[in-house]
Design a protein around this ligand. Structure first.
Ligand SMILES: Nc1ncnc2c1ncn2[C@@H]1O[C@H](COP(=O)(O)OP(=O)(O)OP(=O)(O)O)[C@@H](O)[C@H]1O
Length: 274
């Protein structure tokens, strides 16, 4: 596919965007981030922080939810894309894997994977080679290729959703909450495969995750969103060592593990965000 390895070249630039749903609900209040070619960038934050909204703003899927980017800009390879049709964004090489997997339940795993290649014009041979590539990353999908997707497990459906995205030969994958509802061992396995795809195929990832712990172990850089604003960003290794990140997102502090509901943490959290 593409040259592997994180580079200094910026692919995606989100600059101070504001997103409003239904003309009145202000959800993103000036979010900026950038995704380098060949990197895994994590977008972290709790429920309702605005992670999915940010991904949908990039992929052009907000309009179908009555959402709109009302300020700021989104550029891919220097071109403004925030008002671009989602299919056009896919052609540019940016594809989103939606939260909750969204496989076609009545199609087999293999048919699902092939739907990912529908925009391609490079012939059956190239598509067959990429199907083989997907099966090499996800041997489980090869075993289940004739099974109806609706009858496969949550983990297999997540693999299928990522595999389908790979079938479009993307340059960048926007991956929404891959850990959702999966057992820790499976989460670990899926993140390891994401990392291999990143390293071997050069695919860049913007990864929205609530699971800060696992995301910061696999990502190069992270942004933390709270109530529609980026409150902190930095190299993943630095964020993992940051005392506030440890306390609020990794459930650890100098005094031991802490719960989100801890009163003192909650007050400090408020101060930190104000
Ligand atoms: N279609 C919509 N119409 C109105 N409000 C919405 C819509 N979609 C999301 N929101 C609101 O926008 C805010 C951010 O939601 P979003 O889904 O982007 O957060 P998130 O960080 O991805 O959280 P989660 O992990 O729970 O999905 C929430 O308050 C949510 O209720």
């Amino acid at each position: 596919m593409l040259d592997a390895g994180k580079t200094d070249e910026t692919l995606l630039e989100v600059n101070n965007i504001e997103v409003i749903y239904n003309h009145v609900i202000l959800v993103l209040k000036g979010v900026s981030l950038s995704v380098p070619k060949g990197g895994i960038t994590a977008l972290l934050g709790g429920n309702g922080a605005g992670k999915t909204t940010t991904l949908k703003a990039i992929s052009g899927l907000l309009a179908s939810e009555r959402g709109e980017v009302t300020k700021g800009s989104i550029k891919y390879r220097g071109d403004v894309i925030q008002h671009t049709d989602p299919a056009e964004t896919v052609k540019r090489g940016v594809v989103q894997v939606m939260e909750g997997r969204h496989c076609f339940e009545h199609l087999t795993i293999e048919e699902n994977l092939l739907t990912g290649a529908y925009t391609r014009t490079d012939g059956k041979g190239a598509i067959a080679a990429d199907l083989e590539m997907v099966y090499n990353y996800f041997p489980r999908l090869r075993e289940r290729r004739k099974s109806q997707a609706g009858y496969t497990s949550g983990g297999e459906q997540q693999m299928c959703a990522i595999g389908r995205a790979l079938m479009s030969r993307p340059e960048t994958i926007l991956l929404d909450e891959p850990s959702m509802g999966l057992a820790p061992q499976l989460v670990e396995q899926i993140f390891s495969i994401v990392k291999s795809v990143n390293e071997n195929e050069g695919v860049s990832f913007l990864l929205a995750e609530q699971n800060t712990n696992v995301a910061l172990r696999f990502a190069h850089y992270g942004y933390i969103l709270e109530s529609g604003r980026v409150v902190m960003d930095g190299p993943a290794a630095e964020l993992r060592e940051n005392p506030d990140v440890k306390e609020f997102y990794l459930g650890m502090s100098d005094e031991g593990r802490k719960s989100f509901r801890d009163v003192r943490s909650y007050r400090r959290r408020k101060r930190w965000l104000s």
